[in-house]
Design a protein around this ligand. Structure first.
Ligand SMILES: C[S@@+](CC[C@H](N)C(=O)[O-])C[C@H]1O[C@@H](n2cnc3c(N)ncnc32)[C@H](O)[C@@H]1O
Length: 462
Protein backbone atom coordinates (compact mmCIF):
# COMPACT_ATOMS: atom_id res chain seq x y z
CA UNK A 1 0.00 0.00 0.00
CA UNK A 2 2.79 2.33 0.99
CA UNK A 3 4.47 1.62 -2.33
CA UNK A 4 1.32 2.51 -4.25
CA UNK A 5 0.80 5.73 -2.34
CA UNK A 6 4.51 6.60 -2.32
CA UNK A 7 4.72 6.18 -6.09
CA UNK A 8 1.65 8.35 -6.67
CA UNK A 9 -0.31 5.42 -8.15
CA UNK A 10 -2.94 5.54 -5.42
CA UNK A 11 -4.25 8.95 -4.34
CA UNK A 12 -7.43 9.87 -2.46
CA UNK A 13 -9.03 10.61 -5.85
CA UNK A 14 -8.78 6.94 -6.82
CA UNK A 15 -11.17 4.21 -5.75
CA UNK A 16 -9.38 1.12 -4.47
CA UNK A 17 -10.25 -2.59 -4.47
CA UNK A 18 -8.24 -5.29 -2.71
CA UNK A 19 -8.78 -8.63 -4.49
CA UNK A 20 -7.95 -11.45 -2.07
CA UNK A 21 -7.77 -8.99 0.81
CA UNK A 22 -7.35 -11.56 3.61
CA UNK A 23 -8.77 -10.07 6.80
CA UNK A 24 -8.99 -6.67 5.11
CA UNK A 25 -6.37 -4.76 7.15
CA UNK A 26 -5.27 -2.64 4.19
CA UNK A 27 -8.85 -1.75 3.30
CA UNK A 28 -9.55 -0.71 6.89
CA UNK A 29 -6.38 1.36 7.03
CA UNK A 30 -7.12 3.17 3.76
CA UNK A 31 -10.67 3.92 4.86
CA UNK A 32 -9.38 5.35 8.11
CA UNK A 33 -7.38 7.93 6.12
CA UNK A 34 -10.29 8.85 3.87
CA UNK A 35 -9.94 6.52 0.87
CA UNK A 36 -12.88 4.89 -0.90
CA UNK A 37 -11.61 1.31 -0.41
CA UNK A 38 -13.25 -2.11 -0.66
CA UNK A 39 -12.10 -5.71 -0.70
CA UNK A 40 -13.10 -9.30 -1.28
CA UNK A 41 -11.58 -12.58 -0.14
CA UNK A 42 -12.91 -16.12 -0.79
CA UNK A 43 -11.99 -17.25 2.73
CA UNK A 44 -12.46 -14.17 4.88
CA UNK A 45 -14.94 -11.92 3.05
CA UNK A 46 -16.77 -14.21 0.63
CA UNK A 47 -19.99 -12.16 0.71
CA UNK A 48 -18.44 -8.82 -0.15
CA UNK A 49 -19.16 -7.51 -3.64
CA UNK A 50 -16.39 -7.71 -6.24
CA UNK A 51 -16.58 -4.18 -7.60
CA UNK A 52 -14.51 -2.25 -10.12
CA UNK A 53 -12.03 0.39 -8.96
CA UNK A 54 -9.40 2.72 -10.37
CA UNK A 55 -6.66 0.84 -8.53
CA UNK A 56 -6.92 -2.88 -7.79
CA UNK A 57 -4.50 -4.80 -5.62
CA UNK A 58 -3.74 -8.52 -5.93
CA UNK A 59 -1.29 -8.90 -3.08
CA UNK A 60 0.44 -12.26 -2.47
CA UNK A 61 -2.60 -14.12 -3.74
CA UNK A 62 -1.13 -15.85 -6.81
CA UNK A 63 1.47 -17.55 -4.58
CA UNK A 64 -1.10 -19.42 -2.56
CA UNK A 65 -3.25 -20.77 -5.40
CA UNK A 66 -2.28 -24.35 -6.26
CA UNK A 67 -4.03 -24.87 -9.56
CA UNK A 68 -2.51 -22.89 -12.45
CA UNK A 69 -5.92 -22.44 -14.10
CA UNK A 70 -7.42 -20.95 -10.94
CA UNK A 71 -4.35 -18.73 -10.58
CA UNK A 72 -4.77 -17.31 -14.07
CA UNK A 73 -8.52 -16.89 -13.50
CA UNK A 74 -7.92 -14.89 -10.30
CA UNK A 75 -5.47 -12.67 -12.17
CA UNK A 76 -7.95 -12.08 -15.00
CA UNK A 77 -10.76 -11.34 -12.52
CA UNK A 78 -8.64 -8.77 -10.77
CA UNK A 79 -7.70 -7.14 -14.09
CA UNK A 80 -11.33 -7.12 -15.25
CA UNK A 81 -12.13 -5.05 -12.17
CA UNK A 82 -9.29 -2.64 -12.87
CA UNK A 83 -10.17 0.72 -14.39
CA UNK A 84 -6.69 2.27 -14.25
CA UNK A 85 -3.96 0.24 -12.61
CA UNK A 86 -3.59 -3.28 -11.22
CA UNK A 87 -0.86 -3.93 -8.68
CA UNK A 88 0.27 -7.55 -8.37
CA UNK A 89 2.62 -8.70 -5.62
CA UNK A 90 4.13 -12.20 -5.53
CA UNK A 91 6.79 -13.78 -3.37
CA UNK A 92 10.12 -13.92 -5.16
CA UNK A 93 13.22 -15.89 -4.33
CA UNK A 94 14.84 -19.15 -5.09
CA UNK A 95 16.29 -19.75 -1.63
CA UNK A 96 13.04 -21.28 -0.44
CA UNK A 97 13.46 -24.20 -2.85
CA UNK A 98 16.74 -25.28 -1.40
CA UNK A 99 15.36 -25.68 2.14
CA UNK A 100 13.34 -28.41 3.77
CA UNK A 101 10.15 -27.65 1.87
CA UNK A 102 8.74 -30.39 -0.27
CA UNK A 103 7.89 -29.70 -3.88
CA UNK A 104 4.27 -29.84 -4.88
CA UNK A 105 2.78 -29.07 -8.29
CA UNK A 106 4.73 -26.12 -9.66
CA UNK A 107 5.44 -24.84 -6.14
CA UNK A 108 6.09 -26.34 -2.74
CA UNK A 109 4.43 -27.34 0.50
CA UNK A 110 5.66 -25.37 3.48
CA UNK A 111 6.30 -26.91 6.88
CA UNK A 112 2.71 -25.92 7.73
CA UNK A 113 1.52 -27.93 4.72
CA UNK A 114 0.33 -24.85 2.87
CA UNK A 115 1.03 -24.32 -0.80
CA UNK A 116 3.43 -21.55 -1.88
CA UNK A 117 4.73 -20.78 -5.30
CA UNK A 118 7.85 -18.61 -5.35
CA UNK A 119 8.65 -16.76 -8.55
CA UNK A 120 11.76 -15.36 -10.13
CA UNK A 121 11.33 -11.70 -10.97
CA UNK A 122 11.50 -12.17 -14.75
CA UNK A 123 9.30 -15.30 -14.57
CA UNK A 124 6.59 -13.33 -12.74
CA UNK A 125 6.81 -10.48 -15.26
CA UNK A 126 6.54 -12.88 -18.20
CA UNK A 127 3.60 -14.69 -16.58
CA UNK A 128 1.63 -11.47 -16.05
CA UNK A 129 2.25 -10.42 -19.64
CA UNK A 130 1.24 -13.84 -20.95
CA UNK A 131 -2.06 -13.92 -19.06
CA UNK A 132 -3.05 -10.26 -19.39
CA UNK A 133 -1.40 -9.34 -22.68
CA UNK A 134 0.09 -6.17 -21.15
CA UNK A 135 3.73 -5.64 -20.21
CA UNK A 136 3.93 -5.03 -16.46
CA UNK A 137 6.17 -2.40 -14.86
CA UNK A 138 8.27 -3.75 -11.98
CA UNK A 139 8.07 -1.59 -8.84
CA UNK A 140 10.38 -3.68 -6.68
CA UNK A 141 11.09 -7.36 -5.95
CA UNK A 142 7.91 -9.24 -6.88
CA UNK A 143 5.73 -6.14 -7.19
CA UNK A 144 4.37 -5.08 -10.58
CA UNK A 145 2.01 -2.48 -12.00
CA UNK A 146 -0.20 -3.17 -14.98
CA UNK A 147 -1.86 -0.09 -16.41
CA UNK A 148 -4.99 -0.46 -18.47
CA UNK A 149 -4.05 2.44 -20.75
CA UNK A 150 -0.55 2.52 -22.18
CA UNK A 151 -0.63 6.33 -21.90
CA UNK A 152 -0.85 5.98 -18.09
CA UNK A 153 2.02 3.46 -18.11
CA UNK A 154 4.20 5.86 -20.08
CA UNK A 155 3.29 8.80 -17.86
CA UNK A 156 4.26 6.70 -14.82
CA UNK A 157 7.62 5.66 -16.34
CA UNK A 158 8.44 9.21 -17.34
CA UNK A 159 7.57 10.54 -13.93
CA UNK A 160 9.74 7.89 -12.29
CA UNK A 161 12.74 8.88 -14.37
CA UNK A 162 12.15 12.60 -13.94
CA UNK A 163 11.59 12.59 -10.21
CA UNK A 164 14.98 10.98 -9.66
CA UNK A 165 16.78 14.04 -11.05
CA UNK A 166 16.66 16.70 -8.39
CA UNK A 167 16.87 20.40 -8.97
CA UNK A 168 20.48 21.37 -9.38
CA UNK A 169 21.91 22.63 -6.15
CA UNK A 170 21.65 26.38 -5.96
CA UNK A 171 18.92 26.86 -8.55
CA UNK A 172 16.26 27.27 -5.88
CA UNK A 173 18.31 29.96 -4.22
CA UNK A 174 18.78 31.73 -7.51
CA UNK A 175 15.05 31.65 -8.08
CA UNK A 176 14.58 33.82 -5.01
CA UNK A 177 16.98 36.30 -6.53
CA UNK A 178 14.80 36.35 -9.63
CA UNK A 179 11.96 37.53 -7.45
CA UNK A 180 13.86 40.69 -6.69
CA UNK A 181 14.54 41.86 -10.23
CA UNK A 182 13.25 45.37 -10.81
CA UNK A 183 11.82 44.72 -14.26
CA UNK A 184 8.98 42.61 -13.03
CA UNK A 185 8.55 44.17 -9.63
CA UNK A 186 4.87 44.94 -9.67
CA UNK A 187 3.88 41.67 -11.24
CA UNK A 188 6.11 39.74 -8.91
CA UNK A 189 4.76 41.46 -5.83
CA UNK A 190 1.11 41.35 -6.70
CA UNK A 191 1.17 37.89 -8.21
CA UNK A 192 3.94 36.34 -6.17
CA UNK A 193 2.42 32.88 -6.34
CA UNK A 194 2.06 32.90 -10.15
CA UNK A 195 5.55 34.30 -10.52
CA UNK A 196 7.06 31.68 -8.21
CA UNK A 197 5.32 28.96 -10.24
CA UNK A 198 6.73 30.46 -13.45
CA UNK A 199 10.28 30.78 -12.10
CA UNK A 200 10.04 27.24 -10.74
CA UNK A 201 8.94 25.96 -14.14
CA UNK A 202 11.90 27.62 -15.85
CA UNK A 203 14.37 26.36 -13.24
CA UNK A 204 13.16 22.78 -13.46
CA UNK A 205 12.36 22.41 -17.17
CA UNK A 206 14.88 24.89 -18.55
CA UNK A 207 12.52 26.10 -21.25
CA UNK A 208 9.83 28.74 -21.60
CA UNK A 209 6.36 27.41 -20.86
CA UNK A 210 3.81 27.38 -23.67
CA UNK A 211 0.57 29.34 -23.49
CA UNK A 212 -1.95 27.48 -21.37
CA UNK A 213 0.76 25.47 -19.63
CA UNK A 214 1.06 27.82 -16.72
CA UNK A 215 -1.34 30.38 -15.30
CA UNK A 216 1.26 33.15 -14.90
CA UNK A 217 1.30 33.76 -18.68
CA UNK A 218 -2.40 34.59 -18.72
CA UNK A 219 -2.17 36.88 -15.68
CA UNK A 220 0.96 38.58 -17.00
CA UNK A 221 -0.73 39.19 -20.38
CA UNK A 222 -3.59 40.93 -18.58
CA UNK A 223 -0.98 43.32 -17.16
CA UNK A 224 0.67 44.06 -20.48
CA UNK A 225 3.60 41.66 -20.11
CA UNK A 226 4.60 39.40 -22.99
CA UNK A 227 5.74 35.77 -22.55
CA UNK A 228 9.22 36.89 -23.65
CA UNK A 229 9.38 39.40 -20.75
CA UNK A 230 8.79 36.65 -18.22
CA UNK A 231 11.22 34.28 -19.90
CA UNK A 232 13.94 36.90 -20.05
CA UNK A 233 13.49 37.86 -16.41
CA UNK A 234 13.43 34.29 -15.16
CA UNK A 235 16.10 32.72 -17.35
CA UNK A 236 18.33 35.81 -17.30
CA UNK A 237 18.51 35.68 -13.53
CA UNK A 238 19.70 32.07 -13.50
CA UNK A 239 23.36 31.20 -14.06
CA UNK A 240 23.44 30.13 -17.70
CA UNK A 241 25.62 27.10 -17.05
CA UNK A 242 23.08 25.80 -14.54
CA UNK A 243 20.26 26.28 -16.99
CA UNK A 244 22.28 24.41 -19.62
CA UNK A 245 23.03 21.61 -17.14
CA UNK A 246 19.37 21.28 -16.25
CA UNK A 247 18.51 21.13 -19.96
CA UNK A 248 21.14 18.42 -20.43
CA UNK A 249 19.64 16.39 -17.58
CA UNK A 250 16.14 16.71 -18.97
CA UNK A 251 17.36 15.68 -22.40
CA UNK A 252 19.03 12.60 -20.94
CA UNK A 253 15.86 11.63 -19.10
CA UNK A 254 13.94 11.53 -22.36
CA UNK A 255 16.69 9.57 -24.08
CA UNK A 256 16.59 7.00 -21.25
CA UNK A 257 12.80 6.91 -21.31
CA UNK A 258 12.76 6.26 -25.03
CA UNK A 259 15.39 3.51 -24.71
CA UNK A 260 13.20 1.79 -22.11
CA UNK A 261 10.22 2.15 -24.43
CA UNK A 262 12.10 0.18 -27.10
CA UNK A 263 11.64 -2.85 -24.83
CA UNK A 264 7.99 -2.23 -23.98
CA UNK A 265 6.53 -0.55 -27.05
CA UNK A 266 7.07 3.03 -28.14
CA UNK A 267 4.10 5.31 -27.37
CA UNK A 268 2.56 7.59 -29.93
CA UNK A 269 3.53 11.20 -29.26
CA UNK A 270 -0.08 12.14 -28.67
CA UNK A 271 -0.32 9.54 -25.89
CA UNK A 272 2.30 11.34 -23.80
CA UNK A 273 1.38 14.06 -21.29
CA UNK A 274 1.13 17.53 -22.88
CA UNK A 275 4.06 18.95 -20.92
CA UNK A 276 6.27 16.09 -22.09
CA UNK A 277 5.24 16.67 -25.69
CA UNK A 278 6.22 20.32 -25.35
CA UNK A 279 9.52 19.30 -23.69
CA UNK A 280 10.29 16.97 -26.59
CA UNK A 281 9.56 19.63 -29.16
CA UNK A 282 11.79 22.11 -27.34
CA UNK A 283 14.71 19.80 -26.56
CA UNK A 284 14.72 17.61 -29.68
CA UNK A 285 12.75 19.57 -32.29
CA UNK A 286 10.86 16.42 -33.25
CA UNK A 287 9.78 13.08 -31.81
CA UNK A 288 11.58 11.18 -34.54
CA UNK A 289 14.81 12.98 -33.73
CA UNK A 290 14.47 11.92 -30.07
CA UNK A 291 13.85 8.31 -31.16
CA UNK A 292 16.85 8.36 -33.49
CA UNK A 293 19.20 9.77 -30.84
CA UNK A 294 17.96 7.34 -28.21
CA UNK A 295 18.45 4.39 -30.59
CA UNK A 296 22.03 5.53 -31.18
CA UNK A 297 22.72 5.47 -27.44
CA UNK A 298 20.95 2.16 -26.98
CA UNK A 299 23.06 0.69 -29.75
CA UNK A 300 26.19 2.07 -28.11
CA UNK A 301 25.11 0.56 -24.77
CA UNK A 302 25.31 -2.86 -26.43
CA UNK A 303 28.97 -2.35 -27.29
CA UNK A 304 30.95 -3.71 -24.31
CA UNK A 305 34.22 -2.00 -25.24
CA UNK A 306 32.50 1.33 -25.67
CA UNK A 307 30.75 0.95 -22.30
CA UNK A 308 34.06 0.07 -20.61
CA UNK A 309 35.71 3.11 -22.22
CA UNK A 310 32.92 5.42 -21.08
CA UNK A 311 33.27 4.02 -17.54
CA UNK A 312 37.01 4.71 -17.54
CA UNK A 313 36.48 8.34 -18.52
CA UNK A 314 33.32 9.04 -16.49
CA UNK A 315 33.37 12.25 -14.42
CA UNK A 316 32.19 10.49 -11.25
CA UNK A 317 32.40 7.02 -9.72
CA UNK A 318 35.22 4.51 -9.23
CA UNK A 319 36.75 2.01 -11.65
CA UNK A 320 38.05 -1.30 -10.35
CA UNK A 321 39.47 -4.14 -12.42
CA UNK A 322 36.18 -5.66 -13.43
CA UNK A 323 33.65 -3.00 -12.70
CA UNK A 324 32.61 0.58 -12.45
CA UNK A 325 30.86 1.80 -9.29
CA UNK A 326 28.75 4.92 -9.17
CA UNK A 327 26.45 6.44 -6.53
CA UNK A 328 22.90 6.36 -7.88
CA UNK A 329 22.47 10.07 -7.26
CA UNK A 330 25.40 10.81 -9.60
CA UNK A 331 23.75 9.05 -12.56
CA UNK A 332 22.62 12.35 -14.14
CA UNK A 333 26.25 13.42 -14.52
CA UNK A 334 27.02 10.46 -16.80
CA UNK A 335 27.13 10.21 -20.56
CA UNK A 336 23.59 9.28 -21.83
CA UNK A 337 24.81 5.88 -23.07
CA UNK A 338 25.92 4.90 -19.56
CA UNK A 339 22.74 6.31 -18.05
CA UNK A 340 20.67 4.22 -20.41
CA UNK A 341 22.77 1.18 -19.50
CA UNK A 342 22.11 1.73 -15.78
CA UNK A 343 18.44 2.53 -16.33
CA UNK A 344 17.95 -0.86 -17.95
CA UNK A 345 18.39 -2.15 -14.40
CA UNK A 346 15.28 -0.22 -13.46
CA UNK A 347 13.40 -1.65 -16.41
CA UNK A 348 14.01 -5.22 -15.28
CA UNK A 349 14.09 -4.95 -11.50
CA UNK A 350 12.05 -1.96 -10.36
CA UNK A 351 12.65 1.45 -8.88
CA UNK A 352 16.26 2.73 -8.78
CA UNK A 353 15.36 5.19 -6.02
CA UNK A 354 16.01 2.64 -3.31
CA UNK A 355 19.47 1.87 -4.70
CA UNK A 356 22.55 3.64 -3.33
CA UNK A 357 25.33 2.28 -5.53
CA UNK A 358 25.29 0.82 -9.04
CA UNK A 359 28.01 -1.42 -10.44
CA UNK A 360 28.41 -1.79 -14.17
CA UNK A 361 30.34 -5.00 -14.83
CA UNK A 362 32.94 -4.37 -17.47
CA UNK A 363 33.56 -7.93 -18.57
CA UNK A 364 29.95 -9.06 -19.03
CA UNK A 365 26.61 -7.35 -19.69
CA UNK A 366 25.64 -7.34 -16.03
CA UNK A 367 24.58 -4.78 -13.45
CA UNK A 368 24.58 -4.99 -9.67
CA UNK A 369 22.45 -2.64 -7.62
CA UNK A 370 23.40 -2.18 -3.97
CA UNK A 371 21.23 -0.80 -1.15
CA UNK A 372 23.12 0.21 1.97
CA UNK A 373 22.03 0.48 5.57
CA UNK A 374 23.16 4.06 6.12
CA UNK A 375 25.72 5.86 4.00
CA UNK A 376 26.64 8.06 6.97
CA UNK A 377 28.34 5.12 8.68
CA UNK A 378 32.11 4.95 8.28
CA UNK A 379 31.79 1.61 6.51
CA UNK A 380 28.14 1.34 5.44
CA UNK A 381 26.67 -2.18 5.56
CA UNK A 382 25.22 -3.84 2.51
CA UNK A 383 21.46 -4.35 3.03
CA UNK A 384 20.41 -5.87 -0.26
CA UNK A 385 21.71 -6.50 -3.74
CA UNK A 386 20.10 -7.05 -7.11
CA UNK A 387 22.02 -8.82 -9.86
CA UNK A 388 20.79 -8.31 -13.40
CA UNK A 389 21.97 -10.14 -16.49
CA UNK A 390 21.01 -7.76 -19.26
CA UNK A 391 21.41 -10.40 -21.95
CA UNK A 392 19.11 -13.05 -20.46
CA UNK A 393 17.13 -10.40 -18.51
CA UNK A 394 17.52 -12.63 -15.47
CA UNK A 395 17.14 -10.76 -12.16
CA UNK A 396 18.16 -12.06 -8.73
CA UNK A 397 17.48 -10.38 -5.39
CA UNK A 398 19.70 -11.02 -2.35
CA UNK A 399 18.88 -9.93 1.18
CA UNK A 400 22.13 -9.28 3.07
CA UNK A 401 20.58 -7.63 6.11
CA UNK A 402 20.63 -10.85 8.11
CA UNK A 403 24.07 -12.10 7.03
CA UNK A 404 26.06 -13.43 9.98
CA UNK A 405 29.07 -11.62 8.60
CA UNK A 406 28.17 -8.22 7.17
CA UNK A 407 29.50 -6.98 3.86
CA UNK A 408 30.74 -3.42 3.88
CA UNK A 409 31.24 -0.60 1.40
CA UNK A 410 34.80 0.60 1.49
CA UNK A 411 36.04 3.88 0.09
CA UNK A 412 32.64 5.52 0.25
CA UNK A 413 34.32 8.92 -0.03
CA UNK A 414 35.34 8.04 -3.57
CA UNK A 415 31.67 7.72 -4.40
CA UNK A 416 30.92 11.13 -2.92
CA UNK A 417 29.34 9.84 0.30
CA UNK A 418 31.16 12.22 2.55
CA UNK A 419 28.36 13.10 4.92
CA UNK A 420 29.30 12.59 8.50
CA UNK A 421 32.84 11.45 7.76
CA UNK A 422 34.72 14.34 9.24
CA UNK A 423 37.02 11.73 10.72
CA UNK A 424 40.15 12.12 8.60
CA UNK A 425 41.40 8.71 9.71
CA UNK A 426 38.24 7.02 8.45
CA UNK A 427 38.62 8.79 5.12
CA UNK A 428 42.22 7.74 4.67
CA UNK A 429 41.43 4.20 5.85
CA UNK A 430 38.74 4.02 3.16
CA UNK A 431 41.21 5.15 0.52
CA UNK A 432 43.88 2.68 1.63
CA UNK A 433 41.43 -0.19 1.77
CA UNK A 434 40.22 0.64 -1.65
CA UNK A 435 43.71 0.58 -3.09
CA UNK A 436 44.36 -2.82 -1.53
CA UNK A 437 41.06 -4.38 -2.44
CA UNK A 438 41.03 -2.99 -5.88
CA UNK A 439 40.75 -6.41 -7.55
CA UNK A 440 37.71 -7.27 -5.44
CA UNK A 441 35.69 -4.12 -5.77
CA UNK A 442 34.18 -1.85 -3.22
CA UNK A 443 31.95 -4.26 -1.31
CA UNK A 444 33.89 -6.61 0.92
CA UNK A 445 33.32 -8.92 3.89
CA UNK A 446 33.89 -7.55 7.36
CA UNK A 447 36.69 -10.09 7.90
CA UNK A 448 38.50 -8.78 4.83
CA UNK A 449 38.24 -5.25 6.16
CA UNK A 450 39.70 -6.38 9.47
CA UNK A 451 42.68 -8.17 7.93
CA UNK A 452 43.25 -5.45 5.39
CA UNK A 453 43.05 -2.77 8.06
CA UNK A 454 45.67 -4.66 9.98
CA UNK A 455 47.80 -5.04 6.86
CA UNK A 456 47.33 -1.37 6.07
CA UNK A 457 48.42 -0.19 9.48
CA UNK A 458 51.27 -2.74 9.50
CA UNK A 459 52.34 -1.48 6.09
CA UNK A 460 52.26 2.09 7.36
CA UNK A 461 54.29 1.44 10.45
CA UNK A 462 56.81 -0.73 8.54
C1 LIG B 1 -1.16 -14.44 1.70
S1 LIG B 1 -2.82 -13.94 1.76
C2 LIG B 1 -2.68 -12.26 1.28
C3 LIG B 1 -3.72 -11.38 1.86
C4 LIG B 1 -3.61 -9.91 1.52
N1 LIG B 1 -3.80 -9.66 0.11
C5 LIG B 1 -2.28 -9.33 1.97
O1 LIG B 1 -1.46 -8.95 1.14
O2 LIG B 1 -2.08 -9.25 3.19
C6 LIG B 1 -3.53 -14.74 0.38
C7 LIG B 1 -5.02 -14.55 0.27
O3 LIG B 1 -5.44 -15.01 -1.01
C8 LIG B 1 -6.75 -15.50 -0.88
N2 LIG B 1 -7.08 -16.35 -2.03
C9 LIG B 1 -6.87 -17.68 -2.19
N3 LIG B 1 -7.36 -18.10 -3.38
C10 LIG B 1 -7.88 -17.01 -3.98
C11 LIG B 1 -8.53 -16.78 -5.23
N4 LIG B 1 -8.72 -17.76 -6.12
N5 LIG B 1 -8.94 -15.53 -5.52
C12 LIG B 1 -8.72 -14.52 -4.65
N6 LIG B 1 -8.12 -14.67 -3.45
C13 LIG B 1 -7.71 -15.90 -3.12
C14 LIG B 1 -6.71 -16.22 0.44
O4 LIG B 1 -7.98 -16.39 1.00
C15 LIG B 1 -5.80 -15.32 1.29
O5 LIG B 1 -6.56 -14.46 2.10
Amino acid sequence: MQLLIGNGVLTPEHTFFDYGCGLGDDVRFLRSIGYDAHGWDPAHRPDAARCGAAVVNLGYVLNVIERPAERAAALRWAFDLTERCLCVAVLVGSAAYSGEAQSYGDGLLTSRQTFQKYYHQEEAGRYLEEVLGVAPIPLEAGVFLIFRQSADAHAFLLNRIQRSVPLIHGVARERKRVLRTALMETFQTEYAEEWAAYADFVATRARPPAGGEINALRVAAEHGLAPADLWQAASGALPQEQLAEQRRRRTNQYLAFMAICRFRGVPRLRDLPVTSRLDIRYYFRSYSHLKQLSDDHLFAAGDAERVARLCETAPAGVNTTDGYFIARRDLPSLDPTLQIYARLGELFSGDLDRVDVIKIHKTSPRLSLFSLSDVRETLPRLRSRVKIDLQSQQVRFFDHSTNAEPELLIGKQLLGFDEGSTDARAVSLGRRLLMQDEPFGLIVRERTVRTRTWAASAGRSA
